[in-house]
Design a protein around this ligand. Structure first.
Ligand code: CTP
Ligand code: MG
Length: 228
């Protein structure tokens, strides 16, 4: 059985959500988002390790909360200022002999086992796999002002990156070595691995795996969770 570690970055500030409650603690389906998403992560794959970087000040409280909800297997650690740093802190704690690493945003509670299985297969075959949703609308690129259309892109070649993103551990480690301190600049690990010169396999994703970013997203997520 392939050993797959999961890193679930949860150290963001939730600025676009604009809620007084920290984003990992907003309630969905009657539990904090962090509990909801981690329960789903446990369902989609038998991960060898689950690493959760959180805001440094919140480590102790988060451990207690996850214990209370029976999520004792989860390893809580301090994240960083940028998402990339949070993921890196998790990566540094991965046990030797872990073949694959899956990175999944805490803010995507509805990830599915089917998508995870497709990613593992693709990453085993090619070293790097990204879940991404094919553009359904016509896509416009703007000029520098951001107010006028510069051109219309071929939507058949546009995909919106999601998570999980799955890599052979050795591929991600090499990418970190290659880019050095620049690793902080990347908004996802697929971007980093791409910059290091690797090919990344796209696994077509689904709209249900949306990221809770804005208040509207939270309304939608609560409706879906209630319906389950
Ligand atoms: N994240 C993280 N460490 C950071 C920033 C983000 O672990 N320094 C995590 C978030 O907790 C989230 C995921 O990365 O699960 C995707 O980030 P995003 O949806 O942008 O969440 P936030 O950064 O919390 O939101 P915002 O950008 O609106 O502040
Ligand atoms: Mg963010």
């Amino acid at each position: 059985m392939t050993r797959v570690a999961a890193i679930v970055p949860a150290a963001g500030r939730g600025e676009r959500l604009g809620s007084r409650t920290p984003k990992p603690l907003v309630l969905i389906g009657g539990v904090p988002l962090v509990v909801y998403t981690l329960r789903q992560v446990l369902r989609i794959h038998p991960f060898s390790q689950i690493l959760v970087p959180v805001e440094p000040d919140a480590v102790v409280r988060m451990k207690a909360l996850l214990n209370k909800h029976g999520l004792r297997r989860v390893e809580v650690l301090a994240g960083g200022v940028m998402r990339a740093e949070s993921v890196r802190n998790g990566f540094d704690r991965i046990l030797p002999s872990t073949e694959l690493v899956a990175i999944h945003d805490l803010a995507r509670p509805f990830v599915t086992a089917g998508d995870m299985a497709g990613l593992v297969k693709a990453a085993q075959a090619s070293g790097a796999a990204l879940l991404a949703q094919k553009a359904v609308a016509t896509v416009k690129e703007t000029d520098a002002s951001g107010r006028f259309v510069k051109r219309t892109l071929d939507r058949n070649r546009i995909y919106l990156a999601q998570t999980p993103q799955v890599f052979r551990t050795a591929v991600l480690r090499k990418a970190y070595d290659k880019v050095g301190a620049r690793y902080r600049d990347f908004t996802d690990e697929a971007g980093l691995v791409e910059a290091a010169g690797n090919k990344i396999r796209i696994v077509p994703g689904h709209a249900i795996n949306f990221k809770i970013t804005t208040p509207d997203d939270l309304v939608m997520a609560r409706l879906i969770a209630r319906g389950r």
